[in-house]
Write a protein that binds this ligand. Sequence first.
Ligand SMILES: Cc1cc2nc3c(=O)[nH]c(=O)nc-3n(C[C@H](O)[C@H](O)[C@H](O)COP(=O)(O)OP(=O)(O)OC[C@H]3O[C@@H](n4cnc5c(N)ncnc54)[C@H](O)[C@@H]3O)c2cc1C
Ligand code: SF4
Length: 487
Amino acid sequence: MSAPAAAAPKPIPPKLNPVRVPVPEEPVAARTEDFREVLHAYSKEDAILEAKRCIQCRRPWCVEACPIDQDAREYIRLIAAEDFDGAARVTLREDPLATCLCKVCYHYCEDACVVKKKGVPIAIRHLKRAALDFGNDELVYVPSTPKHQRVAVVGGGPAGLMAAWELGVRGYSVTVFEQEPRWGGLMQTIPAYRMTDADVETDKARFRNLDVTFVDGTKVGRDFPVDRLLREDGYRAVFLAIGTSTHRSLNVPGEQLPGVLPALGFLHALNAGHPPALGQEIVVVGGGDVAMDSVRSALRLSQGGRVTLVYRRGREEMPADPEEVHGAEAEGIRFLFQRAPLAIEGRTHAEGLRVQTMELGAPDSGGRRTPIPVPGSEETIRCDTVIVAVGQKADLTGLEDPALHLRLTNQGWPEGQGPGFETGVPGIFAAGGRSVVYAMGTATEAANAIDAYLAKQRGESTGPRPDPFGGTEPFHRPVGYTQPIRS
Ligand SMILES: Cc1cc2nc3c(=O)[nH]c(=O)nc-3n(C[C@H](O)[C@H](O)[C@H](O)COP(=O)(O)OP(=O)(O)OC[C@H]3O[C@@H](n4cnc5c(N)ncnc54)[C@H](O)[C@@H]3O)c2cc1C
Ligand code: SF4
């Protein structure tokens, strides 16, 4: 009798390294002198080392957490194998705004990365940057067979640009209308120490062979009615990606005083090269990312001024990205928690912010503890500048048509309520959202729906997005993908 065959040896699980290769940072003392970049790129060698920490999970949690299904597992594998050209191609295959996202993405992928359970997750965003820095920089998108149908996109932010790309690579003729002279939507307000307009232009330049026309300085709804695009101008579908371009006010007395600045206007003017005058005692009201960008920008602009952040809840409730909070703290920003603004004091100019202390009560529906005013706890924080960073809202001027049935999300983004974000008007779709990559994900969903809507008119069926570099393999989710993880 022959001996039984030896059982195949069990595969040895890869050893998990919980320690991240450090991302180079500009020293605090130097970086607050001006708007120079704070987080620098990995060297080629460090990128390879960091990529080798990835255990190439069979189920790609990082991809499932990404609103645009970016195959991070694959570009990390290619970087570990020192194939940066391949990594750049994989990156840009699903992400046409990669130059922006590799600097400012909120990296939902890193939150989902299994390595986080044992230590610091893989630096997926920084590896994306390495793929672009060291990989082929001549990749340009090409359209598939022309569809001979025109689509209008209103808004040149992340959602509008993503939709233009999605439809452009499928062979549609797209026109993007933007009210501003600059592209990128709210990304224009992100300070230069994190990203610049040049990053948007680098990404936009890869669209040059697509049939996408960019028209700036045109506000749809004010300059002409939106339905003219469908009725008279020959467009077969419209995507409204108008975002939240206007500022929310505090609604307290004194808000009209000189020295009180809306955060969006402040950051926008700064990036456009017209920095507003600030005093030396600056208070920023808010707890989100716009507030973080405001405190850190005010610190740099005021050159020695004292900057205080006032937030009505506690640190745990702050919606800001922890990376930004850490950066602000390291730079010496003073945080005053559980203070709600009551009024801005001053006769001819802001002189102080009157606040009241808050106790934190039971969690609200979103899980954040509700601030409750403490009677008799009012105090005035002396200051000469107040920057208000308590949110944004959509400007629906000229788009108030009730037939559109637009719904405003919790963060104020207008979207269509039908499948694929179709509005109440057939052929008009609307979406966008609370982060760059999230907005891009909504645009992909809307673009898929627009493609299906227009294919029906042609009597054809639709398929997945073709390879945007003209290859034969259309978009598919990577092996092992089970279901989207959406936070
Ligand atoms: C200061 C700041 C910092 C941020 N930091 C980050 C970050 O680090 N990471 C991150 O992921 N997200 C960040 N965000 C959020 C991110 O910028 C937004 O979620 C994203 O830009 C939303 O994209 P969108 O295309 O839906 O809308 P928007 O970016 O608002 O773009 C809409 C565009 O439409 C244009 N428009 C509006 N109405 C019309 C009209 N009628 N006609 C023509 N054009 C019109 C607007 O001018 C704008 O360009 C930040 C936001 C701010 C304000
Ligand atoms: S979840 Fe983390 S470890 Fe797993 S494939 Fe993605 S990056 Fe690599």
